[in-house]
Design a binder for this molecule. Structure first.
Ligand code: C2E
Ligand code: MG
Ligand code: MG
Ligand code: MG
Length: 291
């Protein structure tokens, strides 16, 4: 009993965890303010078809433009945001709205691309998700709905698979498409994979990165590519950092690719300049010319 009490006291008065909790609250306040003041920005990373070199889509990736510290990566602030449901939904809606506005502009200017948006597990599972997506899409009547792809972490989808199936099917009926992100890290059962309305498997970048040196990773990449083919799904490799990765992927039958070797995520206004450069990158173009 004494030990129990001692333990409780320790937790109650631990200055260390008290400081941590306070730091957490302060950070959350700062992030709420950041959302109000428009300090979040989306960068866009191209997705290309190595078979013909075509830019077919972009993935929207959030950053925080902190006036003091500069551009901050999502890994540093999303965990805070995701600890508060209301904040997470508010930011999630801002991301979708901003990405759709950008897509509308690109489509209007003749750039035919798809837009991929990352959706967190909480966000997807919230009761109102499909309805609020529907309302949002109605504000962008010029956008063909199949141009929007929602990226869901494989691990998120399998955490509550029955619910994921229901929500994703509702969204799919709205016309949007789904990709399973970081695929290969969550051990999806094949039964479920068959039931999920998913168009695309995104091979996790950890497997892609090491596929040239690690036979196990190469086997996983190969396996996901075959799995996608067997289930009649598209497959895209993320984390394509070099031309050699591109070559190896194409040999294994994966034409769609995204990664630093092709382009880093960039502000929307840089995309036309990147596209011109990309069309002149001879080595990657030769890759496209290969059978
Ligand atoms: P993700 O969706 O798997 O996105 C891929 C991440 O890998 C991005 O990091 C991207 O910048 C990075 N990346 C792309 N190509 C390469 C490469 O060749 N090599 C390496 N080493 N990295 C590459 P980022 O932007 O820091 O985003 C990290 C994660 O944060 C994302 O992983 C996604 O899960 C999450 N995230 C980003 N934006 C959003 C958002 O708007 N909403 C939600 N819910 N999550 C987001
Ligand atoms: Mg993603
Ligand atoms: Mg990923
Ligand atoms: Mg990831």
């Amino acid at each position: 009993l004494a030990k129990e009490a001692g333990k409780n006291c320790y937790h109650l008065f631990d200055p260390e965890s008290d400081r941590k909790a306070q730091g957490h609250r302060q950070q959350l306040e700062r992030l709420r303010l950041a959302l109000q003041q428009g300090e979040f920005v989306l960068h866009y990373q191209p997705k290309v078809d190595l078979g013909d070199g075509r830019l077919f889509g972009v993935e929207a990736l959030i950053r925080w433009q902190d006036p003091q510290r500069g551009l901050i990566a999502p890994g540093e602030f999303l965990p805070y945001i995701e600890s508060v449901g209301t904040l997470e939904r508010a930011l999630g809606e801002w991301v979708l709205d901003t990405a759709l506005a950008q897509l509308e502009q690109w489509l209007g200017s003749g750039l035919q691309v798809d837009m991929s948006v990352n959706i967190s597990a909480h966000q997807l599972m919230h009761d109102d998700f499909a309805d609020s997506l529907d309302r949002l899409l109605c504000r962008y009547p010029a956008i063909p709905r199949a141009r929007l792809e929602l990226e869901i972490l494989e691990t998120a989808a399998i955490a509550d698979m029955p619910r994921a199936i229901v929500v994703m099917q509702r969204c799919a009926r709205l016309g949007v498409r789904f990709a399973l992100d970081d695929f290969g890290t969550g051990y999806s059962s094949l039964t479920y994979l068959r039931k999920l309305p998913v168009d695309t498997l995104k091979i996790d970048q950890s497997f892609v990165r090491d596929m040239l040196v690690d036979p196990d990773d190469r086997a996983i990449v190969d396996g996901v590519i075959r799995l996608a083919a067997a289930f009649n799904r598209h497959v895209i490799a993320e984390g394509v950092e070099t031309l050699e990765h591109g070559q190896a992927l194409q040999r294994l039958g994966c034409r769609l690719a995204q990664g630093y070797g092709i382009a880093r995520p960039m502000p929307a206004e840089h995309l036309p300049v990147w596209l011109r450069d990309w069309q002149e990158r001879a080595a990657w173009r030769q890759l496209a010319a290969q059978p």
